[in-house]
Design a protein around this ligand. Structure first.
Ligand SMILES: N[C@@H](CCC(=O)N[C@@H](CS)C(=O)NCC(=O)O)C(=O)O
Length: 213
């Protein structure tokens, strides 16, 4: 099986990158420089007409949407337990992942790309501030959920990788996320995992290549 992940550093494509390493999959990466607009190139739009990363290409078939990609990885490599086998437990993890994708992610985009939310003159700072307030409220919910536990659910799961990106990306904006001590601890725990260490090394390498090309 040939796997190719369309990936850009810092972006949410780091989540499937981590999970593919968790399951020891052999895969290639197709680096897409979002800053240079490579996601809108004719060639990339043929792979993913939505012009987003991640896309996972499985034997020539493109799969988009982070949540679907994560579920595919979990189901393709069931021995690694990235999703629980009990239906209710699995649904709880999916519920969390859906929250990452539909609630948290848009608040991150609101801060990164405020012009997509309001094009009135001089509105960007206000749009970002509202995004930041809403994001901090969402992190407060996660802060309670991860209190006194190692992972969001009984075992390490896709939910941990997805939230790791959400929190890390959220910490790059103005709002102070260091107040969420449990989320910070979770982020550090994630960074102990070999899969995340691989990601961080690869990310550094790709960012360096962006700077020098
Ligand atoms: N609904 C998509 C959203 C993916 C997404 O927004 N990816 C961002 C990177 S984090 C992207 O490709 N942004 C490029 C753009 O919107 O111009 C998913 O969950 O996979």
């Amino acid at each position: 099986m040939k796997l190719t992940l369309a990936y850009c550093p810092i972006a949410c494509s780091m989540v499937p990158y981590i999970l593919l390493n968790e399951v020891n999959a052999t895969f290639e990466t197709q680096v897409i420089n979002l800053g240079k607009g490579e996601h809108m190139s004719k060639a990339y739009l043929q792979i993913n007409p939505k012009g987003k990363v991640p896309t996972l290409i499985v034997d020539g078939l493109a799969l988009s949407e982070n949540l679907a990609i994560q579920v595919w990885i979990a189901q393709q490599f069931p021995a690694f337990n990235l999703l629980p086998s009990n239906p209710m437990n699995a649904a709880q993890v999916l519920s969390f992942m859906s929250w990452c994708s539909s609630a948290i992610h848009p608040k991150l985009t609101q801060q990164a790309r405020p012009e997509r939310y309001c094009d009135l003159p001089d509105s960007a700072e206000r749009v970002k501030a509202l995004g930041s307030d809403a994001l901090l409220d969402l992190f407060e919910i996660a802060e309670h959920q991860i209190k006194d536990r190692e992972w969001f659910f009984d075992d390490f799961s896709c939910a941990d990788a997805y939230f790791y990106w959400c929190f890390k990306r959220g910490s790059m904006f103005k709002g102070d996320t260091s107040i969420f001590k449990n989320c910070v601890r979770h982020m550090h725990q994630m960074e102990q995992r070999p899969s995340v260490q691989k990601l961080l090394a690869f990310e550094k390498e790709v960012l360096h290549s962006f700077e020098t090309h």
